[in-house]
Design a protein around this ligand. Structure first.
Ligand SMILES: Cc1ncc(COP(=O)(O)O)c(C=O)c1O
Length: 348
């Protein structure tokens, strides 16, 4: 059996025991509170892992991109939510085709998006389930006021090709609950109650019972966790399953080491330090070029040698998955499985 020391670097790995425990823990929480768990596959992009989440009790999956949904529908997933505005003829034609392969629910925040979705549903000759994206705390996409939500829900309801199902928000932490409630109250008062209230976010996940309106949560990062999750106090280092094995390739000064993973391996996402080196917790990755990770080792009592291998917990798990062809599943230090990351690079 392959040993992790046999893997050439940089090598993307997942500790299977930790990942399985992460899957079990959140599923048990959701089951205890009767909230449906809809894993967001953007974190791993691996159908085999989503099958594990489904076997644990997840109900459906979320895919951020149509291209991801195409991969997962082909892998047998039949309840897919795309919490993203699908806009433009090319995508709407693909959406119409995908509607024949699985049950889809799509989010929208404008009449323009709704018109396109109606066109796709007409092409597919079947109705399409639509939810309204509400603006949450991060003020990204999403309708801004309860009045706009009511107008949009009415527009969906009166479009024969579409079926109005409810709303989504991101993230759905208790701080955003008053805003969510104002939207839901306005919809109910207009006789457009939301049957589906989809929340999300790893930081919000274990607080979902404090927002009893939620019928489901879309959670992605929890499956691996990452250094951002640790930094925010949402998990411990021991609960981080995704690690990139890198090699120290240079020690130009006593206080600087260079590893063979840079932005091409990790992306440049997130705050400093850019991840965490398990073997050298006092070290700080302070910069990345494409092929070089710059590590400040001034605070390390023992310093890494050239040729030494280190395991890095990345800042942000999701873009890392997007950068690698495969992920090695490790049981202890043995490679138990090698999964192709089938939905990587599906940006469209
Ligand atoms: C719309 C939406 N839902 C759910 C998620 C999952 O969030 P997390 O990875 O924090 O669990 C994301 C992540 O970006 C998102 O954009």
């Amino acid at each position: 059996m392959l040993h992790m020391d046999d893997l050439d670097t940089p090598a993307l790995t997942v500790d299977l025991d930790i990942m399985e425990d992460n899957i079990r823990r959140l599923q048990a929480y959701c089951d205890a509170h009767s909230i449906a768990l809809r894993p967001h596959i953007k974190t791993h992009k691996v159908p085999a892992i989503a099958h594990m989440q489904r076997r644990a009790g997840a109900q459906g999956i979320a895919c951020q991109k149509l291209g991801e949904a195409e991969v997962f529908a082909a892998a047998g997933f039949d309840d897919i939510l795309i919490p993203y505005n699908i806009v433009g003829r090319a995508k709407l034609e693909r959406l119409a085709r995908l509607m024949h392969q699985c049950h889809l629910t799509v989010a929208a925040d404008s009449v323009t998006t709704i018109r396109g979705l109606a066109w796709a549903a007409a092409e597919a000759e079947q109705p399409l389930d639509v939810i309204i994206e509400l603006e949450g705390e991060i003020e990204r996409a999403g309708v801004h006021t309860p009045e706009e939500a009511v107008a949009l829900a009415r527009a969906i309801e009166t479009t024969p090709e579409l079926h109005y199902r409810g709303v989504m928000i991101y993230p759905s932490d208790p701080e955003s609950a008053p805003k969510l409630r104002a939207f839901l109250d306005a919809l109910a008062a207009a006789h457009l109650p939301a049957e589906m209230v989809s929340g999300g976010g790893t930081g919000a996940a274990y607080h979902s019972h404090e927002v009893p309106e939620l019928t489901e949560i879309r959670v992605g990062t929890y499956v691996y966790n990452d250094w951002n999750t640790v930094r925010r106090g949402w998990c411990t280092v021991e609960q981080c399953a995704q690690r990139v094995i890198c090699t120290v390739v240079s020690r130009p000064t006593p206080d600087r080491a260079i590893i063979d993973g840079g932005s091409k391996t990790f992306s440049s996402d997130g705050e400093l330090p850019m991840g965490h080196i398990l073997e050298y917790p006092e070290a700080a990755i302070y910069h990345m070029d494409e092929e070089h990770g710059y590590v400040d080792i001034s605070r390390c009592a023992r310093k890494p040698e050239i040729g030494e291998r280190v395991r890095v917990i990345p800042n942000h798990a999701c873009p890392v998955s997007n950068l690698h062809d495969v992920i090695y599943g490790l049981r202890g230090d043995r490679v138990e499985t090698i999964w192709p990351i089938l939905a990587r690079g599906k940006t469209q």
